[in-house]
Design a protein around this ligand. Structure first.
Ligand SMILES: *[C@@H]1O[C@H](CO)[C@@H](O)[C@H](O)[C@H]1NC(C)=O
Length: 290
């Protein structure tokens, strides 16, 4: 055999194949049966009999609890999916002749995949973490660590991080700062609580002021009185001064250092009694002389 003949054979082979399939130009809603194209059965139906030269394909409805969604040449429909309660599944859509049933997971669980064959328990966020996305049918809870200024004190699958209480907005002051686990502590503001205290304090101060004024007026009146009475010294001073003179042993020195060498006795009995700077004592001396 020559290579040319081989090529001829291959070519005729391909050609004949193409010719045969092009003869049977079945579309997507048909299937090839023998030398002809038979109609497929539509959604909700199944095939009973292939078409013949005289008859179309025989189709019939799916049996109860079965479905068929497309165009088929199958003689059986597919049974609906069973959502097993023992596996934690619930039937979300029951299914019909054209659609499969849809299973879901019981509350507190979510489907492990798109088919929802098994359920997984929904996660809760630990204290210090808040929920940013609650669990859905097909996804778990999404938690995030509470940022500064926010807190979460509970294990929860729904609670987000909450901002710390603004003590100032409540007219309070912060007693203790918050953490990612706990809120700030507020307490009554000091300036506010001192307002009722301020009133008696101010009243007391006013009373003191009045007393001071009275005292000052009274003292001024007394001074004027003594000035009118002249140079007569108060008798009480005599009582003090006399024993001093009579018992020099008891009276050693005056308070001032410069007069340490001059006992009072000497000053009083001596030449001039004017040694003292104190006006009171000079008056005493004057009386002694008289
Ligand atoms: C909460 O704060 C503490 C102390 O600042 C820190 O060690 C911890 O990692 C924080 N937790 C979270 C969930 O961010």
């Amino acid at each position: 055999m020559t290579p040319r003949c081989l090529l001829c054979l291959l070519g005729s082979c391909l050609l004949s194949h193409w010719a045969r399939s092009s003869n049977l130009n079945c579309n997507q809603e048909q299937y090839e049966h023998g030398t002809r194209c038979c109609s497929r059965c539509g959604p909700g139906r199944k095939l009973l009999s292939d078409c013949t030269e005289l008859a179309h394909s025989g189709c019939t409805e799916c049996e109860e609890g079965h479905f068929q969604a497309g165009w088929t040449k199958e003689k059986h429909c597919t049974p609906h999916k069973y959502c097993d309660p023992n596996a934690g599944l619930v039937t979300r859509l029951p299914g019909d002749a054209k659609h499969n049933a849809v299973c879901g997971c019981q509350a507190g669980t979510y489907c492990s995949n798109a088919d929802c064959q098994t359920c997984l328990p929904v996660s809760a966020c630990e204290p210090g973490y808040g929920v940013v996305q609650k669990a859905s049918n097909y996804s778990d809870t999404v938690c995030v660590a509470c940022k500064h200024g926010n807190f979460s004190s509970t294990v929860s699958a729904s609670e987000p991080c909450r901002p710390w209480t603004s003590c100032g907005a409540l007219g309070l002051v912060m007693k203790a700062t918050g953490t990612n686990l706990s809120d700030v502590l507020c307490e009554a503001s000091r300036s506010r609580s001192s307002v009722p205290v301020l009133i008696p304090v101010m009243a007391a101060m006013a009373a003191c002021l009045v007393l001071l004024i009275f005292y000052w007026l009274h003292r001024n009146g007394l001074q004027r009185c003594t000035q009118k009475q002249g140079a007569e010294p108060p008798e009480a001073v005599d009582l003090v001064a006399v024993p001093r003179a009579q018992h020099p042993a008891e009276v050693h020195y005056e308070e001032h250092d410069e007069r340490q060498d001059f006992p009072v006795q000497e000053t009083l009995l001596g030449r001039q009694p004017v040694a003292q700077e104190d006006g009171k004592e000079s008056r005493i001396s004057e009386q002694e002389r008289l």
